[in-house]
Design a protein around this ligand. Structure first.
Ligand code: FES
Length: 83
């Protein structure tokens, strides 16, 4: 059967999806910047809510990357994935 655009689909929020959401949440709680204790979701929020487009801008909002700089690569990857 082919689904048409605009057709109503049932969304299953059963236990399998709950596990998926929980896993997603745990992923987002990963610490990206050990020096400043900044999590992935904090960086994503800085990208989406504060319009940060560079690792330097994310650092200004969250503090990530402002000490040793070891997390700048991951921060740049998150920027590329979340623009
Ligand atoms: S790990 Fe982010 S500044 Fe050191």
């Amino acid at each position: 059967m082919t689904e048409k655009w605009g057709s109503k689909k049932k969304i299953n929020f059963g236990p399998q999806n709950s596990v998926f959401l929980k896993k997603d949440m745990e992923e987002n709680e990963k610490t990206v910047c050990m020096c400043m204790d900044v999590t992935e979701i904090e960086i994503i929020n800085a990208i989406k809510n504060d319009n940060c487009r560079t690792a330097q801008e994310v650092g200004r909002i969250t503090g990530a990357g402002t000490i040793c700089g070891g997390c700048k690569g991951i921060t740049e990857k998150l920027i590329a994935e979340n623009l």
